[in-house]
Design a protein around this ligand. Structure first.
Ligand SMILES: Cc1ncc(COP(=O)(O)O)c(C=O)c1O
Length: 507
């Protein structure tokens, strides 16, 4: 038998096979041994690289072992979950892109006059002086008591019930009644407190629908709803368009259409979600629309979530009607109704993170109460709020002055835009002006709208929210938050917006 063996040529028989395998192997090992002995010796270890520091890397310099590790890393990046990837992608929306740009280069009249002016975030700084005054007078007392030992330190820093102390719920119920100007009284035992309204909205999403179910949302709507309601719960939001020709008010027939279309696609609709006063339009839902809405959800066995976070930030002549008011007066099944409230807007306390779920449904209250373990209000914040919200004289004063200041700033801002030829919606509440810049679009489309938005952001250095981020179906509408400005900023804002609009018209 002839076998062809590498390195050795042709050998014969069984002996040939053994020799033909052994000889090349032996040669290979001798070669390895020779090379190892004659290789240049490694550099001596520095004192810190003692044998105990690098037990497994003896004979390999630190830099070369690091190279090996980093090469490995670049070949196979360690994976993160698909959930994490989805979350990162969701921040690509223009709404968040604008916010990010501002945070990298924020405008300040003296420290950074070339920075970007923020009109894209619903923040209210018009009445912070009043809050500051109250805090200076009361902070220490509300956290630690009148004199040492009144409130124990362990009560300040230890665990407490997750969904809020009853004392705070009582104070919050009283404050909410004050905001609604006595038209409703709220029951503290129907309150669940959360760290901001954002987790309150999400907790309701978890409790009212399963992944793949949908909620109908009159649009244009608050861009944060997409994140708050969809991101972790798997709920879908279906925009129900409201039109400028109807003053952006909700039509029940549009809601009916949205419902039927979803059902045709095999989607289970579980709830209707809306903000009243509306973010971004700043209009109020009238009693008749609320009544029709309650009928609509009752007939189809749906839930109703009314986000009333701007209830105290009304500056128009129209009065605010809470859905709670109708429930008190009419014979509806209350267990399908849930109200979201919070202190970020009406009290300008966005940084304290305080939100409210007010529900008439015992199961929802029990479930959201459990979920508050993930979004508790800190104990010092609770203490502070018990004092602040119970100070009804201060609260009355604050709400009144804040409304006046919002109204004044809205009028100044709208006047500025009108002088540039931009018409605005006649809003009655909130921190924003809903402006129609449709005639400045180079193409009357979402693309045209985003082109103008980009010019305003990058050339004009003004961040406003494009209507498309709020699911507005008519191109050219923009939301401009004015409540974080001071009066002297308005001419600067108008000059910047005016310049961009003129160049768009000319171009
Ligand atoms: C309608 C609406 N709901 C909820 C929120 C979230 O508020 P919070 O800061 O309490 O999470 C906002 C904030 O802009 C809002 O406009």
């Amino acid at each position: 038998m002839r076998i062809v063996v590498p390195l050795q040529g042709i050998v014969q028989g069984r002996g040939g096979l053994i020799l033909g395998s052994l000889i090349p192997c032996a040669l290979f090992y001798f070669l390895q041994f020779y090379l190892k002995r004659n290789r240049s010796s490694p550099p001596p270890l520095s004192p810190s690289e003692s044998s105990t520091d690098l037990p497994k890397a003896a004979g390999i310099s630190r830099s070369s072992s690091q190279n090996i590790l980093s090469n490995r890393g670049s070949i196979r990046p360690v994976p993160v979950s698909s959930r994490a990837t989805t979350i990162v992608r969701s921040s690509d929306s223009n709404y968040y892109i604008g916010q990010k740009k501002v945070s990298e280069n924020p405008y300040h009249s003296s420290c950074n006059p070339d920075g970007i002016i923020q009109l894209g975030l619903a923040d209210n700084k018009l009445s912070l002086d009043l809050i500051e005054e109250w805090l200076v007078a009361n902070l220490q007392k509300s956290l630690l008591g009148e004199k040492r030992g009144d409130l124990s330190i362990s009560g300040l820093v230890s665990y407490e019930t997750f969904d809020g102390l009853m004392d705070l719920k009582i104070a919050m119920a009283g404050f909410m009644g004050q905001v609604m100007q006595g038209s409703v009284s709220f029951n503290p035992s129907q309150i669940i407190l959360t760290a901001g309204s954002t987790p309150a909205i999400e907790a309701l999403g978890f409790c009212l629908g399963d992944p793949g179910d949908a909620f109908l949302v009159p649009s244009p709507y608050y861009p944060g709803f997409d994140r708050d309601m969809k991101l972790r719960t798997g709920i879908e939001l279906i925009p129900v368009p409201c039109r400028s020709t109807d003053n952006f008010s909700l039509s029940i027939s549009a809601l009916e259409r949205g419902y039927k279309q979803a059902r045709k696609r095999g989607i289970k609709v579980r709830a209707v979600l809306f903000s009243n006063p509306s973010n971004p339009v700043g209009n109020l839902m009238d009693r008749k629309t609320l009544y029709d809405l309650l009928n609509f959800v009752s007939e189809r066995n749906l839930h109703l979530i009314s986000d009333e976070i701007y209830a105290g930030s009304i500056y128009g002549t129209e009065g605010f009607v809470s859905v709670a008011e109708l429930l008190d007066a009419e014979d509806f099944d209350k267990s399908r109704v849930h109200i979201v409230y919070g202190l970020s807007k009406d009290l300008s306390l966005a940084g304290l993170r305080v939100g409210v779920i007010y529900s008439y449904n015992a199961n929802v209250l029990a479930a959201t109460s459990e979920l508050t373990r993930f979004c508790e209000i800190s104990t010092p914040t609770r203490r502070l709020l018990i004092s602040m919200l119970s100070d009804t004289k201060f609260m009355n004063e604050y709400l009144k002055i804040n409304r006046e200041r919002l109204g004044k700033m809205f009028a100044l801002f709208v006047e500025g835009l009108n002088q540039l030829g931009v018409e605005c919606f006649k809003s009655s509440a909130g921190f924003y002006c809903w402006a129609d810049m449709g005639k400045y679009l180079r193409s009357y489309s979402e693309r045209g709208e985003l082109e103008l938005w980009e010019s305003l952001l990058n050339s004009g250095k003004v961040n406003i929210t494009p209507g498309s981020s709020c699911h507005c179906i008519e191109p050219g509408w923009f939301r401009c938050c004015f409540a974080a400005l001071i009066e002297s900023d308005i001419p600067v804002v108008m000059e910047r917006i005016g310049e961009v609009l003129r160049s768009h018209k000319a171009g």
